[in-house]
Design a protein around this ligand. Structure first.
Ligand code: FBP
Length: 250
């Protein structure tokens, strides 16, 4: 069993995701402040996050500051832009070995179940998972039902399926979307067995509603959150993060 100790606190997880520069593009998500990775690092540190999620480029260029911050680094190993339409697949841009040499305490990987490329994605994930576990590094799988065959990516059936795929393929933590139906999330937790679940945040919403969403998720048995925009697009990200920390680590 791989230990999650380095990227959790009291068994709970609060990750700040900052892979959107590649996934969505800077013009859609960033403003003058949050375009700067150092601003994000400061939120992660002062806000009490148990991990910061970067792609390889930021992990390399800002490695001195990341190490100094002592925030556990999680490197997202694959990614894609939003420019290509059609069936989704992310390319591997960083090996586990490189991630470890950059100081990663965990690695992330996106799996699009339902995509035409699913078999290649799952095959790649298998190799990454094997390698990461050789280094005793936990693997977080972002599992999103997506592609032409997926009619509703937030249906109970698809989300519960995504959760079980996470357990079956060997993810230690599964990052899933939450459709605001507690009974669906409880079922997702149940089918994930000994694998743990964190929920994604999505685009920026009303702060009170976001806090409520996090409470609901924690009540349903997930170990935490892996969110980006709702935190670093907030007017006061540190204040918000502290409120989230109280809910998550209480
Ligand atoms: P957010 O909280 O900003 O939504 O980040 C969570 C996340 O999973 C990111 O890690 C990733 O870049 C993004 O959402 C993917 O979102 P999309 O659904 O647009 O592919």
């Amino acid at each position: 069993m791989i230990s999650l100790n380095k990227i959790t606190k009291k068994g709970k997880a609060m990750y700040l995701a900052y892979d959107q520069g590649l996934e969505h593009g800077p013009e859609s998500d960033f403003n003058d402040k949050n375009i700067d990775p150092l601003y994000i690092l400061e939120i992660a540190k002062k806000g009490g996050f148990t991990g910061i999620i970067f792609h390889k480029g930021i992990a390399e260029k800002y490695s001195v500051e990341i190490k100094k911050s002592k925030i556990p680094l999680i490197i997202k190993l694959n990614g894609k832009t939003r420019l290509v339409k059609g069936e989704p697949i992310s390319s591997i841009i960083c090996s586990v070995k490189e991630a470890v040499s950059l100081g990663a305490k965990g690695v992330g990987f996106t799996i699009y179940i339902g995509s035409k490329y699913e078999s290649k994605i799952i095959e790649d994930f298998g190799k990454i998972q094997h390698e990461a576990h050789k280094y005793k590094i936990p693997v977080i799988a972002w599992i999103y039902p997506r592609g032409k065959s997926i009619k509703n990516d937030l249906s109970r059936e698809n989300l519960v399926y995504a959760s079980r795929v996470g357990l079956e393929v060997g993810a230690d933590i599964i990052k899933l979307k939450y459709n605001r139906k507690k009974s669906d999330l409880k079922r997702m937790v149940e089918v994930a067995g000994k694998a743990k679940i964190v929920v994604a945040g999505g685009s920026k919403k009303n702060e009170e509603d976001f806090i409520k969403e996090v409470k609901e998720a924690m009540d349903s048995g997930v170990i935490g959150i892996a969110v980006g925009r709702n935190v670093w697009q907030s007017k006061d990200p540190i204040k918000l993060s502290k409120k989230l920390g109280k809910i998550i680590f209480k």
